[in-house]
Design a protein around this ligand. Structure first.
Ligand SMILES: *[C@@H]1O[C@H](CO)[C@@H](O)[C@H](O)[C@H]1NC(C)=O
Ligand SMILES: *[C@@H]1O[C@H](CO)[C@@H](O)[C@H](O)[C@H]1NC(C)=O
Length: 305
């Protein structure tokens, strides 16, 4: 079976040789891609032509829209991991004044063997994909921990150097109830179609829940929530960003502190364009004990629950 794993992570890379090892999503999309992205200008990979054949030529990704006001999602962060070959770009969500949650492959796929990041930063408080330290919205991390297996362990915890003066965070799930909300919302600066460019402004998309065990959601179902239908999906560059369950009023009337982080964007098949398959989001309810342990080890502030 040939699988295309598209990482929803973005790593602008200085050299293309390093990319080939893990093939994060670029214009070049791995068969089965995590949704991290690398240098959007990196050369393509001809081996995936038959994969691209399945992509709708110019669909908007994945069906979302631009976020109008960052204050609706004040806890939405852009994770920047500086490594030898460039910078990995992912989504991240603040769950307490100094703790962001993201995806493990944002680290593991960007780093070489025995390499540690040169710096890890989180941009907060703006819609633009290109923030700068000068805007005063970039915060430095002092510590991080992450799982290294995409299929079994795709979590990351990042601790900022100093706590932010923020008052609303995303909630963490109390149990598994919200793992099967009727609809979720995902956020990210990822690609707006499988073969398209990265978004310049933060986007959101509301994704239908797909039942585990169904034909299109039958792999690693204990570890991932399936959501999306190909027309509505996350894509390269969205890795690590939130899959959110709305409050009782539905996604359009949920206030910033009412959202629950049920998943983090992990991988899919060609951004869902292949056979209209759903995206896979790490099932946070399962990984909470691991994540809480990591927060304790990093000396970070435990999220309230
Ligand atoms: C996905 O869901 C949206 C909203 O219900 C719908 O408009 C679209 O046609 C669906 N796409 C597929 C491939 O089923
Ligand atoms: C939320 O608002 C958008 C934009 O106005 C609309 O297209 C969508 O149908 C709304 N969703 C729900 C669940 O009402």
């Amino acid at each position: 079976m040939r699988i295309a794993l598209s990482f929803l992570l973005t790593v602008p890379v200085a050299t293309s040789s390093a990319v080939q090892a893990f093939r994060p999503i670029t214009e070049e999309v791995p068969r089965f891609s995590s949704l991290m992205s690398t240098n959007p200008d990196a050369p393509g990979d001809s081996t995936r032509q038959d994969d691209l054949r399945h992509s709708p030529a110019s669909t908007r990704i994945v069906g979302g829209a631009e976020v109008a006001n960052i204050n609706d999602y004040p806890w939405m962060g852009r994770l920047r991991i500086k490594v030898k070959k460039g910078e990995a770009l992912c989504g991240a969500t603040m769950v307490s004044p100094d703790i962001a949650i993201s995806a493990g492959h944002c680290f593991s796929e960007a780093l070489g063997a025995n390499e540690t990041p040169q710096s890890v930063k989180v941009d907060l408080g703006h819609l633009d994909a290109d923030a700068s330290d000068a805007q005063g919205t970039t915060f430095t991390a002092q510590g991080w921990k992450f799982g290294t297996s995409l299929m079994n362990d795709d979590w990351a915890v990042v601790r900022l150097t100093s706590p932010l003066p923020m008052t609303s965070y995303v909630k963490l799930p109390q149990d598994t109830t919200l793992d099967h909300a009727a609809q979720f919302r995902a956020l990210g600066w990822g690609k707006t179609s499988y073969t398209g460019p990265l978004a310049k402004k933060l986007r959101y998309v509301d994704l239908p829940y797909v039942k585990p065990g169904s034909e299109k959601c039958n792999e690693y179902i204990d570890n991932f929530i399936c959501a999306g239908n190909g027309t509505l999906a996350t894509c390269g560059g969205d890795s690590g960003g939130p899959l959110l369950a709305p409050g009782p009023g539905g996604p359009n009337s949920t206030s910033p502190q009412e959202w629950t982080l049920v998943g983090t964007t992990s991988w899919n098949y060609a951004c869902g364009s292949r056979d209209k398959t759903p995206g896979r989001y790490l099932r946070l309810s399962k990984y909470l004990p691991t994540i809480k342990k990591a927060i304790t080890e990093l000396g970070g502030t435990m999220p309230q629950s």
